[in-house]
Design a protein around this ligand. Structure first.
Ligand code: UD1
Ligand code: CA
Length: 453
């Protein structure tokens, strides 16, 4: 049995009424990841042996988001200590170790901060509390520290006297607690207080009566940013984006105008990628080295190979896989398509459910007609092919390697390797016809106006 297990217990039973939403608060997103997803990600990054999420009744969507981790239900919101109780069974069998108690609506605590709490635990503290000194201490619980620097108690604002309220060191709510002792302490918590709730914070004073050491680790207020309203959510998004832009640049990514680039939590960008202004990333994007993304692109679910040039004004949608050196130009949309090395689609094109071979050139205005109103069909284009401008490829259809399709074609049948296909009305010419037509029409018009006048 491991002697230093780590469990993460994430409290997420609150509905978050101030969000005015049919979604539970922790299901709202920052950087395309739910608040809960951010907290779970942090817990996972610490190699937690177990992650347990406490939800309210009927929060099946939260349980689904937490999967494969365990979810337990708090029947009624009777306070933060009460919220820990339903996790008792889910946290047994881990032996000695630490429970990190986290909050589903506080997504930005750094793993390093939690690591520091775990180290303080290893140094002999039975409880480690994450404290902070907010600009406005407001109604946060206050951390009452003794002369030797140890923590004596957490006093909730409503229960605090004037001297205690004057303390500026506040409780973030986050705790690292001795796993084998937690529930024994929780059982001793009563609801004999101003709110009539079971306060998790009471376990500090209870542990102290047993001679257990309690300690404080301090974090910056920005890490403890919590989300209670839509305005908080927008603030959280801008905080997250600001941090991520700095990390990207520190990792060797050029952002020409950082403030205007929006990443998703999982956007993966290699060094020496250049990203222009006003580029937005949705989930699941990987970009290899030396790619250039020009201004005003929207990119999600895409893999972009080294040296590719994208945009300006390009849209890459889920399933877009671009090999090395691909060029995707302005007003080109690519969805569920594999574009081979060095292939180009530079202007006004839709490539959906397609395969394009290496070095093929897709002319301006080419459309893969992939949908018949019921089903999607694939377009397969070989290598070194040339698709003339304004071609409609009516899928399912195949164009062989090296084939040339004349501009303006509507391609409905297979095009063989190295063939030329022109699938449009043949050009017809009548010499002098236009001039004769003009003379005839003008004569008619003149006669009409004479007879009226
Ligand atoms: C709590 C702390 C306070 C601290 C503050 C930091 C207690 C008693 N007080 O106060 O010292 O300064 O957080 O923000 O812990 N929750 C449940 N079930 C419940 C009650 C709460 O899951 O029955 C969850 C909520 O969804 C929320 C979190 O626990 O995510 C904190 O609860 P909240 O009621 O906001 O605690 P505070 O009164 O703010
Ligand atoms: Ca709160």
């Amino acid at each position: 049995m491991p002697s230093n297990s780590i469990a993460a217990l994430i409290l997420a039973a609150g509905k978050g009424t101030r969000m005015k939403s049919s979604l539970p608060k922790v299901m709202h997103q920052v950087a395309n990841r739910t608040l809960l997803g951010h907290v779970i990600g942090t817990a996972e990054s610490l190699n937690s042996d177990r992650v347990v999420v406490v939800v309210g009744p009927g929060m099946d969507n939260v349980a689904a988001e937490a999967a494969p981790h365990t979810t337990v239900t708090q029947a009624q919101q009777n306070g933060t200590a009460d919220a820990v109780k339903p996790a008792r069974d889910a946290l047994t069998g881990l032996g000695a170790g630490t429970v990190l108690i986290l909050y589903g609506d506080t997504p930005f605590i750094r793993p390093e901060t939690l690591q520091a709490m775990l180290e303080r635990r290893a140094d002999g503290a039975g409880i480690v509390v994450l404290g902070f000194q907010p600009d406005n201490p407001g109604e946060y619980g206050r951390l009452i520290v003794s002369e030797d620097g140890g923590l004596d108690a957490i006093v909730e604002y409503r229960e605090a006297n004037e001297a205690q309220r004057a303390v500026t060191l506040c409780n973030s709510g986050v705790l690292a607690v001795d796993l084998e002792k937690l529930f024994g302490w929780i059982d001793q918590v009563t609801n004999d207080n101003a709110k009539g709730e079971f306060y998790l914070t009471d376990i500090v004073a209870i542990a102290r009566t047993e001679g257990v050491i309690a300690a404080v680790i301090e974090a910056d207020e920005s890490e403890l940013l919590g989300v209670n309203s839509r305005a908080d959510l927008a603030g959280a998004e801008s905080y997250w984006q600001r941090e991520r832009r700095s990390i990207m640049m520190a990792n060797g990514v050029t952002l020409i105008d950082p403030e205007t680039v929006y990443f998703a939590a999982d956007t993966n960008v290699a060094p020496d990628v250049r990203i222009g202004p006003n580029v937005v990333f949705g989930p699941n994007v990987t970009i290899e080295r030396n790619v250039e993304i020009k201004a005003f692109c929207h990119i999600e679910g895409a893999t972009i190979g080294a040296g590719a040039i994208i945009g300006p004004f390009a849209r890459l949608r889920p399933g877009a896989v671009l090999e090395q050196g691909v060029h995707i130009g302005n007003f080109v949309e690519v969805k569920n398509s594999h574009i081979g090395e060095g292939a180009k689609a530079n202007h006004f094109t839709y490539l959906g459910d397609s395969t394009v071979g290496a070095k093929t050139n897709i002319g301006a205005g080419t459309i893969t007609c992939n949908y018949d109103g019921f089903f999607k069909h694939r377009t397969i284009i070989g290598a070194n092919a040339f698709i003339g401008s304004n071609t409609a490829l009516v899928a399912p259809v195949t164009v062989g390697d090296g084939a040339i399709v004349g501009a303006g074609s509507v391609v409905t049948r297979e095009v063989s390797k190295n063939a030329l296909v022109v699938a449009r009305g043949r050009q017809e010419e009548r010499e002098g016809w236009a001039q004769e037509f003009r003379v005839e029409q003008q004569t008619k018009k003149d006669q009409l106006s004479k007879s009226k006048g």
